[in-house]
Design a protein around this ligand. Structure first.
Ligand SMILES: [Zn+2]
Ligand SMILES: [Zn+2]
Length: 132
């Protein structure tokens, strides 16, 4: 087990701008709701086998909020989102890695990007309407 004090939250508070998590080592991170939703690790959002991100970031409503936040054992939280997604699960170690504060993410919060290669044979029907 690698449970250290730094990955135990002492307080998780829902605020207008996001979820404020205070860690046992005194570190505080404010996670924008949309950012958290984009990083959901459930089977519907990340493929269990390939680890491919299935969640479509651009389809997450900008005003998304957590309806309910519940602890899962001593290692994670379960979040029910206002877009109807109710299986969100966030391990504490993941949350700590995702911390979007200036010290942890100097370039700002990073959203998961679609790993599909645009040159990878995406059949496009753009050319289908030829002939005037
Ligand atoms: Zn999910
Ligand atoms: Zn941080």
């Amino acid at each position: 087990m690698t449970t250290t004090a730094s990955i135990q939250p002492t307080e998780i508070r829902k605020e207008t701008g996001g979820l404020r998590i205070t860690w046992a080592d005194g570190h505080v991170g404010l996670y924008p709701h949309r950012y958290l939703r984009a990083h959901c690790q459930c089977a519907a959002c990340v493929d269990e086998w390939s680890r491919k991100v299935l969640v479509q970031v651009e389809r997450i409503p900008s005003d998304i909020t957590p309806l309910e936040i519940r602890p899962v054992g001593r290692y994670a939280i379960h979040v029910e989102w206002s877009d109807g997604h109710g299986t969100g699960i966030y391990g504490f170690s993941l949350l700590r890695q995702l911390c979007p504060c200036e010290r942890c993410a100097p370039g700002g919060p990073v959203y998961p990007s679609d790993p599909i290669d645009p040159a990878g044979g995406n059949a496009s029907t753009d050319q289908a309407g030829g002939g005037r």
